[in-house]
Write a protein that binds this ligand. Structure first.
Ligand code: T1G
Length: 655
């Protein structure tokens, strides 16, 4: 078996007449220019050497090919271009078999579709995630996939960016077989079994027939889920084009569309988010710090937050000991958790066996002594400093010395809680967002005395919980609520200056927020911020501008949706502008002698964006946030900031 090298990342070995070409471009075998050049050279060689009767293409490591190299998008394209390499593979005179050993995504799946047959390892994952980057496949995916699996199924996969398992790929017809033996051996045997005359070229296949209803339903489902995003709509258009246009015409239109979208603001923002998410869990100096082993998680409090955190931990494969104040509350807590799991089964996220497995790993009890088994204890009790401090002092006497104690507080100072315990270096904050079993964002609060390996453990735990960890320093409200408070404050300033709540909400919803700030305040309840403002009144800086309108609303018992009235009125639950509120706003302006100004939607967005960015810059200068992209992730994943704008810090930089 002689070894050949065609580029830094492409090598090959001739085995029994089959040239096995291996892509080795850590960490995910992305289709960099070196990979593309190496593939072109390898097929050049395979064509000329008569000893080669067929080719197998596979990846080194855990990926087959993780897609085009996203890092190259912002740079001038380098030949050979991927579509050209792919067309050469498809037209190749000798049989080419893809041995899909792992993730075959985007361009990786496009390369596989150009091969004449596809074998997948059972662990392989396949899909076109391009729409999540604001683009569409640009090297034949929208034209070749429907030729294998039909228009409707191809629309569903490409417009949603859904990733499928090897088993589903086999069922759909994307792969020809799943190899439960030695994948490479099976692929070599497969390549030898195909005669050059019997080679099936995907691009030359006609589209499998499908009913108009199925196609229309797939298209309308995809467009509904797209919620106005361009890439999914273009994906639907291109896949449907495959049904009528010749391959070359379809490929040309796909390439034109891909380049247009790739160079769009939305795609630049989504690429920023992609890399931001991978940078977020990295902390300077922690690389060499080994996390502690976590197998059993204690969760004190199984109310709204505690039950959500419990389900998240059960989903992560952990054993969970839930603690309540008494047997009756423990029973209620267990029922609440089982109810959340029932919902997961109904939505298809978990199957019945998965539900049983999770419940088999759950104990809910009033016996705190059982926490001696816990490797970490997360408290999710009433957000009161005395309650949490007293709890941690009790835990000091129960848990092992190496057990981590995490507080889920949103606003309290975890340094104060830590200082009240015997071992403050094992204390940190884990700020989950409600509902905790659904929301990915997790603010990991690095307290003054938190030990490095405790922080490293929390980050590793977050990843296994499927969370998006962002490290925050200690400040009131951490990163998200600090920025949100600045956003709320500026929105209320603007109301006092002349904008109406409904104008502000409309401007932010047009910008991409699912809900404007005043609708959000009404949904969350105005009384929480009111209580905090009253607590802070004595120490508030008298020179700082203060808007009384929200206080007036609360004094009138208008706490938002839950009382049927807040910034808006909610007759039959429908949010409507309330003349009473308009009058309260006008009175508040008159008291300060403010002559109301009018604002355009762009002025509203710019001013609120600036308020968030100014607060973000302060958080960076205070060392509370480690990087601007972390702030973007918090606002996108915790507060509805549109990912297609990249987050406040990114968006401000682009305006
Ligand atoms: N390009 C460049 N870098 C990439 C990359 C890519 N496609 N995918 C991952 N990385 C980096 C990532 O930034 C991180 O870097 C490291 O690899 C590990 O990533 C032509 C136009 C493959 C399932 O969208 O889904 O093909 O932080 O932590 O959890 O039509 O990476 O170590 O410096 O995610 O094992 C389409 C994106 C591209 C797939 C592996 N492909 N990647 O998950 O590792 S567009 C994608 C993933 C395209 C074609 C179109 C995942 C993964 P660092 P990771 P992982």
């Amino acid at each position: 078996m002689s070894a050949l090298r065609f580029s830094d990342t492409i090598s090959a070995a001739l085995t029994d007449g089959i040239l096995v070409v291996t892509i080795d471009n850590a960490p995910v075998n992305a289709l960099s220019s070196d990979v593309r050049a190496g593939l072109a050279a390898a097929f050049e060689y395979a064509e000329k050497d008569d000893a080669v009767v067929g080719v197998v293409l596979t990846g080194a490591g855990s990926s087959f090919i993780g897609g085009a190299d996203i890092k190259e998008f912002g740079k001038p394209p380098v030949e050979p271009h991927l579509p050209d390499v792919i067309s050469r593979i498809e037209a190749f005179a000798k049989p080419v078999v893809a041995a899909i050993n792992g993730a075959g995504l985007g361009g990786g799946l496009e390369v596989a579709l150009a091969c004449h047959r596809r074998l997948a390892a059972p662990s392989a994952k396949l899909g076109f995630p391009e729409v999540k980057l604001g683009i569409v496949p640009g090297a034949g995916g929208t034209q070749r996939l429907p030729r294998l699996i039909g228009i409707a199924a191809a629309i569903d996969m490409i417009a949603s960016g859904r990733i499928v398992s090897a088993a589903e790929a086999l069922k759909l017809g994307i792969v020809d077989s799943v190899s439960n033996n030695i994948l490479l051996a099976d692929a070599i045997a497969d390549a030898k079994s195909i005669s050059a005359a019997a080679v099936r070229r995907t691009g030359y296949l006609s589209i499998p027939s499908g009913t108009v209803e199925a196609i229309e339903k797939a298209a309308s489902d995809a467009l509904r889920k797209a919620r106005g995003q361009r890439a999914p709509a273009e994906a639907v258009r291109l896949v449907r084009l495959a049904a009528t246009a010749p391959l070359l015409e379809g490929l040309a239109e796909e390439r034109r569309t891909f380049i247009t979208l790739r160079d769009s603001e939305e795609a630049a923002a989504l690429r920023h988010v992609f890399f931001a998410e991978r940078a977020a869990g990295k902390v300077e100096g922690l690389e060499a710090v080994a996390p502690r082993k976590i197998e059993t998680i204690g969760i004190v409090g199984t109310g709204l937050m505690g039950s959500g955190i419990t389900v998240s931990a059960l989903n992560g494969g952990y054993r969970v000991i839930g603690i309540e104040q008494n047997a009756e509350a423990a029973e209620k807590g267990r029922d609440r958790i089982a109810g959340l799991l029932d919902k997961a089964v109904q939505s298809g996220r978990v199957d019945a066996a998965g539900r049983e497995d999770r419940l088999s790993r759950l104990t809910v009890t009033a016996d705190m002594q059982q926490l001696v088994q816990a490797d970490i204890v997360i408290e999710a009790v009433f957000d009161d400093l005395a309650v949490k401090t007293e709890l941690f002092q009790r835990l000091d006497g129960i848990v092992r010395a190496d057990t981590i104690l995490a507080t889920n507080t949103s606003y309290l100072d975890p340094d104060v809680i830590a200082a009240a315990t015997k071992l403050p270096e094992r204390v940190l904050g884990l700020h989950f967002f409600s509902p905790a079993h659904i929301m990915r964002l997790l603010e990991v609060v690095n307290c003054k005395k938190t030990a490095p390996d405790v922080l490293a453990t929390a980050l590793a735990l977050a990843k296994r919980l499927g969370k998006l960890p962002v490290v925050s320093g200690v400040t009131e409200g951490f990163i998200g609520n600090r920025i949100f408070s600045a956003y709320r404050r500026e929105a209320e300033y603007m109301v006092e200056d002349g904008a109406s709540p409904q104008e502000i909400d409309a401007a932010l919803e047009a910008y991409g927020f699912p809900m404007g700030p005043f609708a959000v305040f009404d949904m969350a309840g105005l009384e929480i911020a009111w209580a905090r403002r009253k607590r802070q009144a004595a120490t508030r800086d008298p020179s700082e501008r203060y808007v009384v309108i929200a206080d007036r609303l609360c004094e009138a018992g208008r706490f938002g949706q839950k009382t049927g009235r807040g910034w808006y009125a909610y007759p039959e639950g429908n949010r409507t502008v309330d003349p009473e509120v308009t009058a309260m706003i006008e009175a508040a302006r008159a008291e300060k002698g403010i002559v109301p100004k009018s604002f355009t939607a762009d002025e509203i967005v710019s001013r609120l964006l600036k308020a968030m960015v100014d607060e973000g810059d302060t958080l960076l200068s205070e060392g509370i946030a480690a990087r601007a992209s972390d702030i973007d992730l918090v606002m996108i994943n915790g507060y509805g900031f549109p990912a297609s704008k990249g987050g406040p810090m990114f968006a401000a930089g682009r305006r």
